[in-house]
Structure formats: structure tokens, C-alpha cells
Design a protein around this ligand. Sequence first.
Ligand code: S3P
Length: 172
Amino acid sequence: MLIFLVGFMGCGKSTVARGLSQLSDYDFIDLDQRVCQLASTQSVAEIFATLGEAEFRRLERVAIETLPREGNVVVATGGGAPCYGDNMELLNSMGKTVYLKMSPLALRDRLLHVRIVRPKIVGLGPEELLDYVTATLTEREPFYGRASVVVDCDNIPSRTIISRLRYLTKSR
Ligand code: S3P
């Protein structure tokens, strides 16, 4: 079974996906890393800088389409991945989708420390970052909201979220 974690940048997709995969003896795949492999680059920032966002989104789609269909895998998707074309429908057809839901304020506070490696928010100050998160989350919520499971993550440690999601991998 494939489990896809979706949600905004900074909501903890990679940490939760990695933890859940370890606990459940599932494989772990980071979709951004797959995109980097397709582009033969080291980082998402490099793809944005050299090839542009449209090419990043094209490769992101290819990365989804070429994921293994067999086996047990937890996939951490990129924050924008479900929100382009019919990617969310594709994810829903391939496996179980889980939205790690977080408020704009909580996301902003987490992203303040890691904005340097994220091309969409690099260089934004605290207020601009909050504006960006609020506006972009409003656009993206309709896509994230189509996930089959929604988990409220504000003020909840990753290990608690991982144990709350454990039932997904236990029943198989
Ligand atoms: C993006 C989120 C990033 C990465 C790229 C674009 C976005 O993934 O795919 O920088 O548009 O929200 P994370 O959510 O893992 O940071």
C-alpha cells in the first residue's frame, strides 16, 4: 500500500513519513528527492533557479507517475504537489492520502527557521511569510482537503501524529 502525506511546507510531512515508515516497516520516499534525481540536481532550489518552477512542476508530476505501485511505502510529497493539474486525483487513485493540517501561524513559526532552503519563501520576513502562508494555504486547502484522512497537527508532537496514523499500516 502507498500512503501519501500531503500538506503545506513545514507541516512535518518528511518527519512523520519517515517515522511512520520505520514503525511500520514500510519504505520511505521523499518526492522532492525523486524530482532532484529526475533533474540530476542536488536540490529543489537549484531546479527552481536553473530550470524554473514550471519545469519543477512537470518533473514533480513525472515523479508521481513513476512511483512504485507495489509494496508498502510512505511518501512525503512536496507542499505544492497535490495542487497542480489533477495530481491530487492521481494520488488518491494510487493510495491513501493523509493531510497534515496546520494553521498559518503555526506554519509560519516553523518555516521561519528553514526558509533558506525553500525557494518559494526564501528572503521573506516574518510578516511577509505569514501573508504568503495565509494566502497560499487558502488556495491550496481545497486540494489538501480531498485527502482521505485529515489530521489536525497544531501543537501536536510528530511522535503523537505518527502513533495516531499507525492504524493505517496495521490493518494490512
Ligand atoms: C513547495 C514545497 C517544497 C518543494 C518546493 C515547492 C511548495 O516541498 O516541493 O520547494 O510549492 O509548497 P516541502 O513541502 O517538502 O517543503
